[in-house]
Design a binder for this molecule. Structure first.
Ligand SMILES: [Zn+2]
Length: 256
């Protein structure tokens, strides 16, 4: 349906900046953010992370890959070291001290039982009330198709939340069963119904993305987002009015 802004299969759909968003509930203390690549959280979600760590919440990052295939001019082993360092620094900027890497292959991440096992074990160790990721839908609401790794990671994460609570699954993977995850939040989904006010924290969100300097400098000329400040402010300015604030980031909230 050409005019449906929420149809993720419609390449002509555009995210409706005027849509009304509900505020993401903030009555929780611990979250685990799981994404495929260093930089995924920094394209918008990190500004919300900064808000939440300011509130005293504990947020842990889990990177499924090291992003080792992400810089065309740099071999994977060197690239992995650079990008893991960049991710640790960008996490620190928004108040996140713990950054873990699962070591799945960048570009070839599969939503398989092996990834579910690794994520379930991570969930059992950290016992989050909320899991956070980025959009796993087929598109972002404008022409183009979402990355295979983003799609696989989001689906595996939802499954792993359920797995983590079942004591008969992944016995011996580490940690006690944990069924305390209330919701999953996926940033910049084309079917977002919720938002977070980032008016006071977008500066740190921008600084967080700036930490990916080697990665950003390696992107082809003209790629969206190579100027973190204008890119992130542009997105946040579009989303803000839907939440009744100046600047916001949109989330798809899935109750679990
Ligand atoms: Zn990515």
């Amino acid at each position: 349906m050409a005019d449906d802004p929420t149809d993720p299969t419609d390449p002509t759909a555009t995210t409706d900046p005027a849509r009304t968003l509900e505020a993401v509930p903030e009555d929780w203390d611990r979250a685990l953010a799981v994404v495929a690549h260093p930089d995924d959280l920094e394209y918008g979600v990190a500004s919300a992370i900064a808000r939440w760590t300011d509130q005293g919440k504990t947020i842990t990052y889990c990177l499924v890959s090291a992003g080792e295939a992400g810089i065309d001019s740099m071999p994977p082993d060197e690239c992995a070291r650079v990008r893991m360092d960049e991710e640790r620094r960008s996490a620190a900027v928004v108040g996140v001290d713990t950054v873990e890497f699962l070591g799945h292959p960048d570009g070839l991440i599969e939503a398989n039982v092996g990834l579910r096992r690794d994520l379930a074990a991570t969930i059992r160790r950290h016992r989050p009330e909320v899991v956070i990721s980025i959009n796993f839908r087929e598109t972002f609401g404008f022409p183009g198709f979402n990355h295979a790794d983003h799609r696989a990671t989001g689906l595996a994460l939802i499954d792993a939340v359920r797995d983590a609570g079942n004591r008969w699954l992944f016995v011996g993977a580490g940690g006690e069963p944990w069924d305390g995850v209330r919701m999953a939040l996926f940033g910049n989904s084309p079917v977002s119904g919720h938002g977070v006010d980032i008016t006071d924290t977008i500066d740190r969100g921008v600084a967080s993305l700036e930490e990916h300097r080697v990665y950003l400098d390696g992107l082809p000329e003209g790629t969206r987002g190579t100027d973190p400040d204008s890119f992130l402010r542009g997105m946040a300015t579009q989303v803000g009015p839907g939440l009744g604030v100046d600047l916001a980031v949109a989330f798809e909230l899935i109750p679990l």
